[in-house]
Design a binder for this molecule. Structure first.
Ligand SMILES: [Zn+2]
Length: 335
């Protein structure tokens, strides 16, 4: 049965897209910096099963039909430069978090055919498929290990490290957030081994989830762009001050140099923000050219180190049209 919350979301999404309100919607979305984010497109391998929200290639293609009927896509770079669009559709930029390859699955070709220039935000240690991001390790272990074994092995490691234990495999997804950012990969690797998973290099070679450096160059040659999503997908709100260099400054420099990128956007893993003074100084020092959260859309004129995005993966119309328009209306009315 559909929950009340779902019904309201569908209703708001429906109202937002109704023809009577379309001009109001358009005006509202002209006053915000509209950036939309996705992660992985396609049926999910084990490393993505825990996070899959139904975004197959076919679904994504349909999403683009809807999005292009409301928005005119511009590159994130043009949006940051404040380029004005002609025509009455509001501008929007499209981004992908976590650096999944968009080439082998045909997404780049689809974007090219539609004239959409998008931005991939990469986890630099995962480039060339040298590492599996810790949340993707979590999903792979859960998908490939019998429940009781996965739970027992997880709880042994959690107890030994004074971390919260889980009462069910699905609860591991939540409690594992408590892992210290410095040791998350070691702890996940220990769990991986205890569950008898195949060696990580073999798993990575078989699946190749992420962009390679070579593919990033191809992506850029096709008019798309690259940004940073930290070195290891840390929670930036729990990042030790001395880890900012390793997670953000050094990988930003590496990307900029290796790709000769003039503009380098940055997005927060999990939407977890840095202390505002640190985010602002990274931006002012020119390490990164914008900072992207996940709380809807920022208003036109917002500082570039305080931008936000809407999620296209769930309840598309509500998330990228209805909810942001309601938020803009609320801001305009001053409450
Ligand atoms: Zn992410």
């Amino acid at each position: 049965m559909m929950s009340m919350k779902m019904m309201i979301k569908q209703l708001v999404g429906g109202i937002a897209t109704s023809s009577i309100l379309a001009p109001v919607m358009r005006r509202s979305l002209q006053s915000s910096i509209n950036i939309i984010y996705y992660h992985r497109v396609g049926t999910p391998p084990s490393y993505y099963k825990s996070f899959f929200s139904g975004c197959t290639y076919e679904r994504f293609e349909r999403d683009l039909d809807v999005l292009q009927s409301y928005f005119q896509f511009v590159s994130l770079e043009d949006m940051l430069l404040g380029e004005r669009v002609t025509g009455d559709k509001p501008a929007a930029a499209l981004t992908f978090d976590d650096g999944f390859s968009l080439i082998g699955n045909g997404v780049m070709d689809l974007l090219n055919r539609r004239g959409i220039r998008a931005t991939t935000l990469v986890i630099t240690e995962c480039l060339d498929n040298r590492q599996l991001m810790w949340r993707h390790k979590l999903s792979a272990v859960l998908a490939e290990t019998p429940n009781a074994q996965a739970l027992r092995a997880y709880n042994q490691i959690a107890s030994a490290n004074a971390l919260p234990t889980a009462s069910s495999p699905s609860e591991i997804i939540r409690v594992s957030f408590e892992m210290p950012m410095e040791t998350k990969d070691e702890l996940m690797d220990e769990w991986w081994a205890r569950c008898g998973m195949q060696p990580l290099p073999a798993y990575l070679a078989a699946h190749q989830p992420y962009f390679t450096w070579e593919e990033l160059r191809t992506w850029r040659k096709n008019g798309h762009s690259v940004g940073l999503h930290t070195a290891t997908h840390v929670s930036c709100s729990r990042l030790a001050p001395d880890a900012v260099d390793k997670e953000i400054v050094a990988p930003a420099r590496e990307l900029r140099t290796a790709l000769d990128a003039k503009v380098l956007p940055f997005s927060y893993p999990f939407g977890h923000r840095l202390p505002p003074t640190i985010a602002e100084s990274l931006y002012r020092d020119g390490m990164i050219d914008c900072v992207l959260g996940i709380q809807g859309y920022a208003t036109v004129g917002a500082p570039l180190h305080r931008l936000e995005r809407a999620n296209g993966e769930v309840e598309l119309e509500y998330s990228v049209l209805g909810k942001p328009a309601l938020m803009n209306a609320r801001r305009a009315m001053g409450f």
